[in-house]
Design a protein around this ligand. Structure first.
Ligand SMILES: Cc1cc2nc3c(=O)[nH]c(=O)nc-3n(C[C@H](O)[C@H](O)[C@H](O)COP(=O)(O)O)c2cc1C
Length: 105
């Protein structure tokens, strides 16, 4: 399992990407979808056959168009239903995230 978190810039690329089948993709909702750096990161890889599990913080737009956009750019991947967390409540969301993450894999 691999976790991609991306916000304003890509700090590092994972090693041995091909060894991972399940990828959690986390980001804030910006302008109704993922920040541009997440598009850049995901477009770098062949995601055919991978399972993508998105989660995002936001201030009311939920996942926005991000799940739709993930389906467009992650060719051949399975995109699971994402978890939307209200940004202001994210510090208290640990148990919600834990339950969701366990159910998702
Ligand atoms: C440039 C920018 C665009 C944003 N666009 C949206 C949006 O379209 N919908 C929404 O619900 N929140 C939007 N937000 C709020 C962020 O999703 C929110 O700040 C974030 O999820 C909370 O994480 P943070 O505390 O790290 O900022 C935007 C924030 C920024 C900075």
């Amino acid at each position: 399992m691999l976790i991609f978190l991306c916000y304003t810039e890509i700090k590092a690329y994972p090693e041995n990407f091909e060894d991972y089948d399940i990828i959690f993709v986390g980001y804030p909702n910006w302008w109704g979808t993922m920040p541009m750096c997440m598009f850049t990161l995901l477009e770098k890889y062949d995601l055919n056959g991978k399972t993508i599990i998105p989660f995002c913080t936001n201030e009311g737009s939920g996942m926005g168009a991000s799940e739709h956009d993930l389906k467009s750019i992650c060719k051949g991947a399975t995109i699971k239903t994402g978890l939307s967390v209200h940004g202001a409540e994210s510090a208290e969301a640990e148990s919600q995230v834990t339950v969701w993450a366990k159910k998702s894999v």
